[in-house]
Design a protein around this ligand. Structure first.
Ligand code: R5P
Length: 292
């Protein structure tokens, strides 16, 4: 793989990519419907999103915090920009009267009981995403995984189907349990996903060189939260990610497993949309938590 001699300089992370006529990076030449769906998922004023990820049940079942989505997650809907969920939860639990944009999990297969998770297939027709008025669909891509080629082709098939109907695809970098999670890996994975047509990419934050991951990805990157951290650490991670070029977050456990999810999602929103500093956002979290 070709590597830059002076890595930081070659990525020009401080020079934004031009997107004439539309607020989202790499999206200015898409069709109207696709742009309109992106503009419902990402806030046009800030160019960022707070997407609440609650799709975990598609392979983990009723994980902690998602045992009763009707009770734990529906009260958070007003505080997010979009919800990332499965079509099963959408149809069974989320009121159809909701105006919130819905991004739907479109891949599945192996459960948490299996060692190898990359053996996924497309798990939803694009017709159903249209029927459900989805604002987007999301799919795992296992770069370097045992079933890498299949997962890449799952995504490209979904991208082709999405282009036919104007539904954007979020490609998700799924990292194998034994793989190194560093900027080099995420640059590779995010870039492959974007080159093969995803309209935006979800990936994990890394302490070193995250700005090279966002700079070398020609479409928006949203940060996945990962395992539950203390609230100040999670807010710091979200802050660093958006300051280093992420177009927001698609966070789950760090919100719904918090002691005070409503307070936490409000604090994440302040970090993402107002560039609030982590300590200030943590104060906000604490003050809202005591009022919960
Ligand atoms: C992966 O794509 C998962 O299904 C979640 O959507 C993702 O990991 C984000 O959730 P969390 O912030 O809990 O990692």
């Amino acid at each position: 793989m070709p590597e830059a001699d002076k890595e930081g300089e070659r990525y020009s992370a401080d020079v934004p990519q031009q997107s004439p006529g539309f607020f989202l990076k790499g999206s200015h030449q898409l069709d109207w419907g696709m742009k309109n769906r992106l503009a419902s998922t990402f806030n046009p004023e800030t160019g960022r999103t707070v997407m609440l990820a609650v799709d975990h049940g598609y392979f983990q079942g009723p994980t902690t915090g998602l045992e009763r989505i009707d009770l734990s997650i529906l009260p958070l809907l007003p505080s997010c920009d979009a919800l990332f969920c499965t079509r099963g939860i959408l149809r069974s639990v989320v009121p159809a009267s909701s105006q919130k944009p819905m991004v739907l999990r479109a891949s599945g297969g192996p459960s948490i009981l299996r060692e190898e998770l990359s053996d996924e297939q497309i798990a939803m027709d694009m017709d159903d995403a249209v029927r459900l008025n989805a604002s987007g669909v999301g799919i795992q891509v296992f770069i370097g995984g045992e079933h890498e080629t299949r997962s890449v082709h799952n995504m490209t098939k979904l991208v082709d189907a999405g282009l036919r109907v104007g539904i954007p695809v979020m490609g998700i970098t799924a990292v194998g349990k034994t793989m190194v999670r560093d900027a080099k890996y995420f640059r590779l994975a995010c870039r492959i996903i974007a080159e093969l047509g995803a309209q935006y990419v979800k990936t994990y934050y890394v302490e070193e060189g995250f700005e090279t991951v966002t700079a070398s990805c020609p479409v928006p990157v949203v940060m996945a939260g990962g395992k539950k951290l203390p609230e100040l650490e999670a807010l710091t991670m979200a802050y660093n990610a958006v300051q280093q070029g992420a177009a927001g977050v698609d966070m789950g456990r760090n919100i719904f497993q918090s002691d005070a999810p409503k307070a936490m999602i409000a604090a994440v929103g302040a970090v993402v949309h107002q560039n609030m500093k982590p300590n200030e956002a943590f104060d906000l979290y604490r003050s809202l938590r005591t009022n919960k």
